[in-house]
Write a protein that binds this ligand. Structure first.
Ligand code: PLP
Length: 401
């Protein structure tokens, strides 16, 4: 595999006509090692954030052994790439056939659920194929609904058992497994660690009422990455508060603590290089957009860091908005994206931090999105793991030190 020094070297060599993706294995490796070393429990990677086989292999090499998969296609993909990985099927609504294939063909033992119907599906689908005996080795994880109020993207309305129904579901699930966990998800890009404190408080109430033995607490994803205007407190603060509140839970003395980050592990892995096809005032028509790796920039006004790659631009910065390449008005990204005022058609722009929910969102709509990938050695445009971050002074920053 050829490794280029940076985006400029890739452009010099290839002058790409279509958007391209640049991968930084060293950045994903560093993120995974950071989590593995500092999170006070087991770290799973949530594959949906970016299922690129190259990334799965980097994370495995960095020491991650457990992967959170949410569809049978993700199960097959992760199993094909990582034959020895422990796969956990953490989507609370699955088909019987997907459960059966995961259990009988791919060795999946850990399943999440948020209803009695799903429990019944899992128990039935995992019966011994010859004897019809119930599985003896299921590891079940009941998903509790928690608030998403501190997160940039909500995951609060779709999944999760209500707190009032949780005790009964925990008691039912306990009858079908020797290992029972509780999981939740506070929403993606949680900007304060107190999101996890609130969720663990709810967990405590549900467990106390159920009075069943709990063997594992999975605090889910939601750990932030860093973007313009979204500078979170240090991840160590999240880990410290989670550890403290985990220890207060009424659970088995040897209970495990898990987390399932997607964004925080994947965001720094990739950037995108686009070319300006046309300039119209302060609007730039670029060759990737709402149906490509910039889905979040278009649909939830996510702001990604940008830099112009041409050497000869001298003018002061101007705030631009972007249009993507498809023939659709909705293919628009408000930004603002700050770039030199003399940028013009033909110039290239690097857009950083698209490793999570960026590269993974590409579609082939309108014939675009066929992004070629290259590996580069330079640093991501922003990083939580490089160790050189100056902490922002703002109201939503909580420092525990
Ligand atoms: C999406 C998802 C994750 C990852 O969330 P991030 O916010 O990317 O960390 C983890 N667990 C489950 C069940 C998910 O659906």
């Amino acid at each position: 595999m050829h490794i280029y020094p940076d985006a400029k070297a890739v452009i010099a060599a290839h002058a790409p006509d279509e958007a391209i993706i640049l991968n930084r294995p060293h950045a994903a490796m560093r993120a995974a090692r950071f989590f593995n070393a500092k999170f006070p429990g087991k770290v799973l990677y949530a594959v949906k954030a970016n299922p690129a086989p190259s990334l799965l292999r980097v994370l495995w090499e960095a020491g991650l052994t457990h992967f959170d998969v949410a569809s049978i296609a993700e199960v097959r993909l992760a199993r094909a790439e990582l034959p020895e990985a422990e796969l956990c099927f953490m989507h609370p609504i699955k088909t019987r056939r997907a459960i059966a294939e995961a259990y009988h063909q791919h060795g999946v033992r850990t399943f999440s659920l948020d209803s009695a119907e799903e429990l019944e599906k899992i128990v039935e689908a995992c019966r011994d194929l010859k004897t019809g005996e119930p599985a003896q080795d299921l590891r079940l994880c009941v998903r509790l609904r928690v608030s998403s109020e501190h997160a940039q993207l909500s995951l609060a309305s779709k999944f999760g058992c209500d707190q009032t129904e949780m005790p009964e579901l925990l008691q039912q699930a306990r009858q079908h497994c020797d290992w029972l966990g509780v999981c939740f998800h506070v929403g993606s890009q949680a900007m304060t660690p107190f999101a996890f404190v609130q969720a663990l408080d709810r967990t405590r109430a549900a467990i106390a009422e159920a009075s069943v033995v709990i063997d594992m607490i999975d605090v889910g994803g939601g750990f932030p990455s860093i973007y313009p205007g979204m500078e979170p407190p240090p991840l160590e603060d999240y880990f410290a508060l989670i550890a403290k509140h985990f220890e207060d839970l009424p659970i088995a003395y040897n209970a495990e603590l898990w987390c399932e980050p997607g964004r925080a592990l994947a965001a720094e892995y990739s950037s995108l290089v686009v070319q300006v096809d046309k300039r119209r005032g302060d609007e730039l028509f670029i060759n990737d957009g709402a149906y490509g790796a910039l889905y979040d920039a278009a649909h939830v006004d996510w702001r990604f860091p940008v830099q112009a790659l041409a050497e000869n631009l001298r003018d002061p910065m101007v705030d631009f908005s972007f249009y993507g390449p498809t023939c659709d008005d909705a293919d628009y990204m408000a930004g603002p994206f700050s770039l030199p005022g003399d940028i013009q058609a033909g110039d290239y722009i690097e857009i950083g931090m698209i490793g999570a929910y960026g590269a993974a969102m590409k579609t082939g709509f309108n014939g675009f999105g066929n992004a070629e990938e290259f590996t580069v050695a330079d640093e991501p445009m922003m990083s939580l793991f490089r160790g050189d971050r100056k902490l922002p002074q703002s109201d939503n920053v909580v420092s525990l030190r």
